[in-house]
Each structure stands twice: as C-alpha cells, then as structure tokens.
Design a binder for this molecule. Structure first.
Ligand code: NDP
Length: 314
C-alpha cells in the first residue's frame, strides 16, 4: 500500500516516515521546498520513498497531483512556529485550514481515487478549554474559545481547532467513501530525527522548548505550570495504527502519556505527591490503538542523548 505523508520533514512526520518504511509501506512524502526534499531523500535513503516538493499549504490545489495513486493519507503539515511577528490569519490559521481542506478537495477531484483512510494530526490545542482545577481532558472535548489574534498561543489553538472542524465538516457535506481518524498529541518530546539544516538552531518548536529548559534549569524549576507530554515515537505509532485498525475510523484520539511539571522534564523523574492542575484520559488511544506509552524518564533521557549528539555535530 502507498501512503501520502504531508509535511514529511517535520519532527513528528519523520518518525511516522521511519516507522512506515520499517513496516514496508511505500511512502510519498511532501515537503515545502526542493532543498528539504533533497535532505529528506538523503537522510532516509530508501527505494520505497518518494519525496515531492509541493510548496506552501495556502497554494491552490497544493495536493492535487500527489494524492493520485495513494491508499492512505496522513496529513501532518501545519504551522507550529509561534512568534509575535506572525500575522494570525496569513501565517497560521489560513495555512492550517486551507492545507487541510486541500487534502480533501484533492481526493474529491481525483476521479480515479483509491484513498480509503485519512489520518489528520490535530492537537491537544483543539481539545483544551478553560476548566476547573483537577479537570480531566477527554478525546471528544473541543476548544470552543480560542480566537485568532488573542495571543500567539490562542492563534495556534484556533488554527488547529478550525482545521480539524473543516475536516469533519467536509466529511459531513460530501460523505465520501474513505474514513477519517484524528490524532491529538499533547506536548511532544523525544529524539528529533528530521533533517536539521542548521542543527539545534533549526529544531522544531516543542523540542526547542525542551532543549531551552535543559540549557537553563532555573527556567524549569521556577515554572509551576502543569503540562501533558507524549513521546514522538508513540505519536508516530498512533498515526499508523489509526489507519490500520478498523475501530479507529471516525474517532478522535487524545494522545498523551501523562502530565508533568517542567522541573520533572529535566531528568524525567516524576515526583511523588506532586499536584497537577489537570489530568488526561488516554484510555481510548490505549485500548483502540493499543499504544503503550513510554515513561517520562525514557523520553527525557533519549531526548537528551539526541540533543547532545546534535551539539557535537554542529
Ligand atoms: P514541525 O514544525 O517539525 O512540522 C511542521 C511541518 O509542517 C513541517 O514539515 C513544515 O514544513 C510544515 N509546514 C508548516 N507550515 C507550512 C506551510 N505554510 N506550508 C507548507 N508546509 C508547512 O512540527 P511538529 O512535527 O511538531 O508538528 C507536526 C504536526 O503536529 C502539526 O500539525 C502540529 O500542529 C502537530 N502537533 C505538534 C505537537 C508538538 O508538541 N510538537 C503537539 C500537538 C500537535 P517545513 O519543514 O518546510 O517548515
């Protein structure tokens, strides 16, 4: 079977790519530019991998050609850089929403389509909402409150919520022959294996945040906020199981190993008696997709090893 993987040069996508190739799938990965395409071809050199530079997510018909002949689509590409200079719509919301819609319209336009399953990477951002202390977030919660422009974080959250809504709405309107599953990772840690043209400088957002806390431990020890975490390898597996298992069709999956505080993200040791602001129900992803999550310790140790190797390389 052939899988189309959008945003294949990303942190999460590179692990999906690795696991797909390990399982023997043919993969067509899309990236933004030819430079990235070349880096990815070199890094994952494999006869079963084809990499296509398709340009920006906002480009009209960006996925029209690449959906042809694929059985499965995994759509991960979406802006995750959060900077104050971003225009909320132009830089974040529009690429997220239009990119997602372009996947679905591309399949719709292809008279010979054979796509049977689509998996979209959404986020805890699309589930999170203001809640009383101790609230346990669940797969089918929706973030109804984030507005673009409210803050950089809310702009990102709104982009993920609107992109996911657009996907489910498309299905309702067109009632296509394929089915959709959506993965909602919380904060993703773990070893980065994507091409990093300028080393640690080009790390993805979540890994960069983790690395910064490791570099500046007082930043971590002085930060009381509760975060939910998940290992990138487990997130990748969830995406693959989501198209392999029939019970996953039509479902959302809050993909989290557990919660932590930044001070625990330095060594991965979870402290007894620590009080967390909120909880996460990961029952569905465990039972339906059979994902067994790595511990914070394993994730943090493997991340640190990977960052150290990158420090040596650049
Ligand atoms: P990355 O930044 O590594 O991956 C994002 C991917 O999207 C890259 O391949 C990037 O291409 C592509 N992309 C972004 N904007 C555009 C655009 N305007 N046009 C074309 N391509 C674009 O981050 P992650 O791997 O972390 O994110 C992957 C997905 O996972 C996203 O949908 C994100 O929202 C979601 N997610 C991530 C979490 C995390 O903690 N990491 C948590 C929850 C969800 P390029 O390499 O060219 O920039």
């Amino acid at each position: 079977e052939k899988v189309l993987l959008t945003g294949a040069s990303g942190f999460i996508a590179a692990h999906i790519l690795q696991q797909l190739l390990d399982q023997g799938y043919h993969v067509r990965g899309t990236v933004r530019s030819e430079d990235k395409a070349e880096l990815l071809r070199k890094k994952f050199a494999n006869d079963k991998l084809e990499v296509v530079a398709v340009g920006e997510l906002t480009k009209e018909g960006v996925f029209d050609d690449v959906v042809k002949g694929v059985d499965i689509i995994i759509h991960t590409a979406s802006p995750v850089t959060l900077s104050d200079s971003d225009d909320p719509y132009k830089d974040v919301v529009n690429p997220a929403v239009q990119g997602t819609l372009s996947v679905f319209t591309a399949v719709q336009k292809d008279s010979q389509f054979r796509v049977r399953r689509i998996v979209v990477t959404s986020s805890f951002a699309a589930i999170w909402h203001t809640a009383p202390k101790g609230y346990v977030y669940k797969d089918d919660d929706w973030n109804e409150e984030s507005q673009p422009g409210q803050s950089t974080l809310h702009t990102y959250r709104a982009s993920k919520t609107r992109a996911e809504r657009a996907a489910w709405d498309f299905l309702k309107t067109h009632n296509p022959a394929y089915t959709l599953s959506v993965i909602h990772p919380v904060f993703v840690l773990g070893p980065p294996i994507q091409p990093l043209p300028s080393g640690l400088q080009s790390l993805n957002h979540s890994s960069h945040t983790h690395y910064s806390h490791l570099q500046n431990p007082t930043l971590a020890t002085s930060n009381p906020e509760t975060r939910a975490y998940v290992d990138v390898r487990d997130v990748a597996l969830a995406h693959i199981r989501a198209f392999q298992r029939d019970e996953a069709q039509g479902k959302r999956f809050l993909t989290a190993a557990g919660v932590f505080k930044w001070k625990e993200g330095l060594d991965g040791e979870q402290r007894d008696g620590e009080e967390y602001e909120f909880g996460i129900d990961n029952g569905r992803v465990k039972t339906v997709l059979g994902v067994e999550f790595r511990s914070l310790k394993e994730t943090v140790e493997d991340s640190k090893r990977a960052y150290e190797a990158l420090e040596k390389d650049y």
